[in-house]
Design a protein around this ligand. Structure first.
Ligand SMILES: [Zn+2]
Length: 391
């Protein structure tokens, strides 16, 4: 197979501390790496580079691992700008607008849903994301949830069944029947297209007992657990994630000190979604407390039409630096290695030998500009498995 040398890299962030300067980012200057069969085969100074079949010169730009966006709701129809405008005029976010997206999604054709998801995925690629997780949750009936996951599985291997997003209106008077559907017929229809089971464990969504039932059924169907928790207020989500050995608990805006300890002890990743907090004008999660306690932190977009219609991981990094007070290095690690950990993946999130050759080339001399120049389109190129994704 062809080997390609990517050379002319002013600053290479490997996110592998055993490489380069010994920092957590494993920085190499005047760097190069070799991609072969879709994977990184060698990393080092360009002056030490081995012979290869082909060579790509990156003109002195900075290179970072492709972003791992481990939390999105990419398959849906319609948009909710009117709800956003009302919220910015002072109305609180309660999650209730989800049902308007459910109505639009049920009414959409599969081709329409696929086209919308592909459009958003193209935006993500253009901003440097090379791995994306996609959840269902805007169908809330057997046929639509299955259609959503079929589309999601065309776009990524990281698919999540979130039939337990909210209880749809037609089950408002019989929540138990909806939980029975999610854990029964709907799960059976969706599990073949899903890798993960998820539940929105929150006041107004699913309570602790219902969340337990959903996670237990998903695990019994062969899916791995992850949890939406502690977004709108304190609650049992993080604790349940720890108890069930979930890969990740996502949002974590309202965690107690006990929750933080439980996550650390259980090795659960805390996936923080600052674009949701930004877009709903909510308090920001205490990322510093999590990092200080030794919890692995991931950053993701939460791309969805209600609380965070955001596809840009560079924006998420900038928000994390500004609002969570992460250093630019901590934020980049959370957007790459952290996302990989949240998906239990050991083949992505770093540019090191053996890892997938997934990377973003920045129109900048250093990764710090991801946070320093928010709003600018700094990603010049994105590559996955050594193949160019964007033009
Ligand atoms: Zn979400």
């Amino acid at each position: 197979m062809t080997s390609t040398l990517f050379a002319g890299i002013g600053e290479l962030c490997t996110c592998e501390p055993t490489l380069g300067d010994g920092s957590a980012l494993g920085l190499v200057h005047d760097a190069a790496f070799v991609a072969k069969d879709g994977r990184v085969a060698w990393v080092g100074r360009v002056s030490d580079a081995p012979a290869t079949d082909a060579r790509v010169d990156l003109g002195g730009r900075a290179v970072v691992p492709g972003f791992v966006d481990s939390h999105t709701h990419l398959v849906f129809a319609g948009e909710r700008s009117a709800e956003f405008a009302a919220r910015m005029a002072g109305e609180p976010y309660t999650g209730g607008g989800i049902m308007s997206t459910v109505a639009a999604t049920r009414a959409a054709t599969t081709d329409e849903l696929r086209a919308n998801a592909r459009r958003l995925l193209a935006e993500m690629h253009a901003s440097g994301t090379t791995t994306v997780e996609i959840k269902s949750g805007y169908g809330l009936d057997v046929g639509t949830e299955r259609r959503i996951l079929e589309i999601a599985s065309e776009l990524t291997s990281e698919t999540t069944f979130l039939g337990a997003h909210v209880v749809p209106a037609e089950y408002a008077d019989d929540r138990g029947a909806y939980v029975a559907l999610v854990t029964g017929e709907m799960l059976a229809a969706c599990a073949p297209f899903a890798r993960w089971i998820d539940v929105f464990c929150e006041t107004g969504a699913f309570n602790e007992a219902e969340s337990r039932a959903v996670l237990r059924a998903g695990i019994a169907a062969g899916l791995m657990p992850r949890v939406h928790g502690n977004q709108l207020g304190p609650g049992p989500g993080a604790r349940l994630a720890a108890e069930f050995g979930a890969a990740s608990v996502d949002h974590c805006t309202y965690l107690s000190a006990e929750d933080v300890v439980a996550l650390r002890d259980a090795g659960v990743v805390a996936t923080l979604l600052p674009a949701a907090e930004f877009s709903t004008r909510s308090p920001y999660a205490d990322a510093r407390a999590l990092i200080n306690a030794g919890v692995t932190v991931a950053l993701a977009t939460d791309c969805n039409p209600g609380s965070a219609y955001v596809t840009s991981m560079p924006l998420v990094i900038a928000l994390a630096v500004r609002e969570y007070r992460l250093t630019p290095a901590e934020a980049l690690l959370a957007a790459t290695r952290g996302g990989a950990a949240a998906l239990r993946r050991d083949d992505i999130g770093r540019l090191a030998p053996g890892f997938s050759a997934d990377f973003a080339v920045l129109e900048a001399p250093t990764y710090v500009q991801l946070a320093y120049r928010p709003g600018s389109a700094l990603v010049a190129q994105a590559w996955r498995c050594g193949e160019r994704l964007t033009v």
